[in-house]
Write a protein that binds this ligand. Structure first.
Ligand code: IZC
Ligand code: ZN
Length: 428
């Protein structure tokens, strides 16, 4: 007699398990190892995976009844639920006018220096009610779920004062559980210097370290602390000070590193034992070596370079050759990446980072889960893990990246429940 199951997905043309990478992130050559099973099946009970394998084997081991939900994935590809390890999801307003400015050649940092960019979103976010912020974020989360994202990291950082940073992280906490996408919160109070502190940025760093961080940590509102370490934003010294304070308060570390100017952010992240170093477009050879010898995951954000109309992308191939563990994320935010579709990011990663489709799959599943400290329970299809999976209407996993911009997601399962299904079009 087999085990009784609640959900049985079977007959997938390709079942991509990405199994075997839960203890440490995959790096170098291991990133192409995605555990492909043809004619694959997954069985789920109480939200967890109980069996994975060829359909024939799984059917022999489990028992179904009328209450079992069956997903026939014939002709389709199944991936672990996609994990987006870097987003700025909670904000008010939008910045489509920056598109015109970028076309006219105005740079991202120039827009910020003029008091626009992040600071424009800060004004709108401070003025928005928590209910409004929640409603707006929920709309974006629906779009993300429909593209296969089942877990996302979310940063604060459009408050830049105690009240609005807490308001933002409270909204993240409320969104967790009232909709299907699981959220992991990060405090990014050091995202920009707010206008009130324009003439004395060091006093804003004092405020973050002495007041805002302790309030966030004390309320258990964030797992990670991040800093935008960039020319004209926060220096490596200020970054080190903020992250050291965060670590003393029990938060884990992340870093916006070497995005526009090479400031040694990758080295700083590796030396401080950060969970991830993100962006890395301008990473140095030394930074690559230090990341390769650390447990820090490199989170690359190629949709951002694309949206900023950059000509230089992060040196992903060099990083992979040197043994860096690479993940990919959307960087969803109203300025540099209004993109929240991971399949689009995956397609850009193939073309601009020259990552192979199998490496890309690892980068948005198990390595992305490592980048937010969730690999022990998410990011692969293995017995014991939470049953988060996405069914793509695609004949092979490479097809997902090949069909740039297409909507191929057929079904999304979160913790064993079907949470999204594609509706058909009325045929003529
Ligand atoms: O709103 O521009 N890079 N932070 C660092 C951002 C982009 C978000 C924004
Ligand atoms: Zn970011």
């Amino acid at each position: 007699m087999g085990e009784k199951v609640d959900l049985l997905l079977h007959s997938a043309a390709e079942l991509i398990t990405v199994a075997g990478g839960s203890a440490r992130p995959r790096r170098g050559r291991e990133m192409a190892d995605i555990g492909l099973i043809r004619d694959g099946a997954v069985a789920v009970r109480d939200g967890r995976i109980v069996a994975v394998g060829p359909t024939r084997d799984v059917l022999e081991r489990v028992e179904t009844d009328r209450a079992t939900i069956e997903i026939d994935a014939r002709g389709k590809v199944v991936l672990p639920g996609l994990v987006d390890p870097h987003t700025h999801l909670v904000f008010a307003g939008s910045r489509e006018y920056e598109l015109e400015m970028k076309i006219a050649g105005v740079s991202y940092l120039e827009i910020l220096a003029r008091g626009g960019g992040i600071l424009d979103t800060v004004r709108a976010t401070r003025a928005a009610s928590p209910a409004r912020l929640k409603e707006v974020a929920q709309g974006y989360l629906r779009e993300m779920l429909a593209q296969g994202t089942t877990t996302a990291e979310v940063k604060s950082g459009y408050g830049l004062d105690l009240e609005t940073e807490l308001k933002t992280l409270q909204v993240v906490a409320e969104l967790n559980g009232c909709q299907p996408v699981e959220l992991v919160p990060t405090f990014l109070g050091a995202h920009a210097v707010p206008p009130e502190y324009r003439d004395n940025p060091e006093a804003y760093v004092d405020l973050v370290v002495e007041e805002i961080l302790p309030a966030v940590a004390g309320r258990g509102l964030a797992r990670f602390c991040d800093v935008f370490c960039e020319e004209g934003v926060f220096s490596p010294e200020q970054t080190r000070r903020i992250l050291s304070a965060a670590r003393r308060l029990g938060l884990e570390l992340k870093l916006h590193a070497d995005e526009i100017e090479p400031l040694g952010g990758a080295e700083l992240a590796a030396q401080m034992g950060a969970t991830s170093a993100d962006h890395l477009v301008q990473i140095s050879e030394q930074g690559i070596r230090e990341l390769a010898n650390s447990n820090t995951v490199a989170v690359l954000l190629p949709a951002t370079t694309f949206c900023l109309m950059g000509t230089q992308y992060a040196p992903a191939r060099r990083m992979l050759e040197q043994g860096v563990a690479v993940a990919l994320a959307s960087d969803f935010n109203p300025g540099s990446s209004p993109v929240n579709s991971l399949p689009l990011v995956m397609g850009i990663a193939c073309r601009q980072l020259k990552m192979r489709p199998a490496e890309v799959v690892t980068a948005v599943t198990i390595n992305a889960a490592h980048a937010i400290g969730q690999a022990y329970r998410l990011g692969s299809l293995e017995p014991g893990k939470q049953a988060d999976l996405v069914v793509f209407d695609a004949p092979s996993y490479q097809y997902i990246m090949y069909r740039l911009g297409a909507q191929l997601v057929d079904t999304v399962v979160k913790a064993g429940r079907v949470v999204w299904r594609r509706r058909g079009m009325d045929a003529c």
